[in-house]
Design a binder for this molecule. Sequence first.
Ligand SMILES: Cc1ncc(COP(=O)(O)O)c(C=O)c1O
Length: 370
Amino acid sequence: MLIHNADLTHQTTIAYNSHRLNMTAGEHIMSEVIPVEKQTTNTAINHHDKRVYESIFDMLPSVDNPTPLVRINRLNPEPGLSLFAKLEWVNPFGSVKDRAAAYMLRELERTGSVSATRGIVEATSGNTGLSLAGMAGAKGYHTTVVVPNQIPEEKKILLKIVGAQLEVLNDSLCPTPGLGDGSINMARTHARAEPDKYVHPNQYVNQQNVQAHYETTGPEIWRQTEGRVTHLFVSLGTCGTATGTSRFLKSKNPNIRVVAVQPSAGHDVPGLRNIAQLDVSELLDRALIDDLLEIEYELAYRRALDLCRNEGLLAGPSSGLIFEGARRIAVRDKVGLGVMIFCDNILKYTSSMVRHLPELSADAVPRMRE
Ligand SMILES: Cc1ncc(COP(=O)(O)O)c(C=O)c1O
């Protein structure tokens, strides 16, 4: 079952003459919750085809405004199984987490849980914090993020740039719900101690995290591949992406194989859990996972570099890890169409890359002779 580029590039283009008359599901959802004073009038222009928007909320992904699927051309070891990367870094705040953040924020607004004085507190390994703080800032809400010390420096600075208050804890890279004084409990403690100041969405248990992928990522992939997807490659952190996307795709075709790729113990791939830590993920539905691969975490960085250099894809480490898993399954299964969720790009991980691949250090560049 080979699919050619042309098959995928043929997509229905929907022209939006007026935002009000042609709202997509995603647009409708966000339009409902934008405070009245910020709502656009019926003269608003949101053209996905021309890429002109009233606000970043109208750029959020949906089945009519999907993140791109890009074929792996040079690095696919088994051409019979086409591999496509779904580029989540094209989202407004640079990662797959825009989806969960938008849905969680929408729910907080719908229930009247957030206001100009009552902001958000969330534990995050960076990406959810960036999405939440960026969106909250655009609506006038304040955000505090509790982050593990081990996340890359770039992410901490970016969180400050988008206006988040930063609280840095000595916690594991992917925080564990319910454990001692970790970052999730710290966020919960803030929300309980100062309920007028904070609300805690808690991405680790929040079903909006799953729903976002069930209503956007899954339908996007189904439509973009015209129903021909045979394999989905994901990584597991909160497990919102894996559970929501797989649940939708398997409802369309139960034979789609879901492959989860996890880093080996002691890893430093932000956002991901090792297999031994998976039981704490309340959003994980193990029945949806067909293959669970554990891969040496160093390969996350090596494969990210390969993708940057040979495919022109500026993939981050969790994408590198997923890609390594997809390569192994392609060699095993030989035929099909695989979609890999590439959660974010490399720009936030330059310091991690140099640590893992010392040849990238600026000091390693041969100096010109004087
Ligand atoms: C870079 C990166 N990859 C993968 C994931 C895992 O996604 P999920 O939390 O939906 O399981 C995350 C989550 O934060 C992430 O930041």
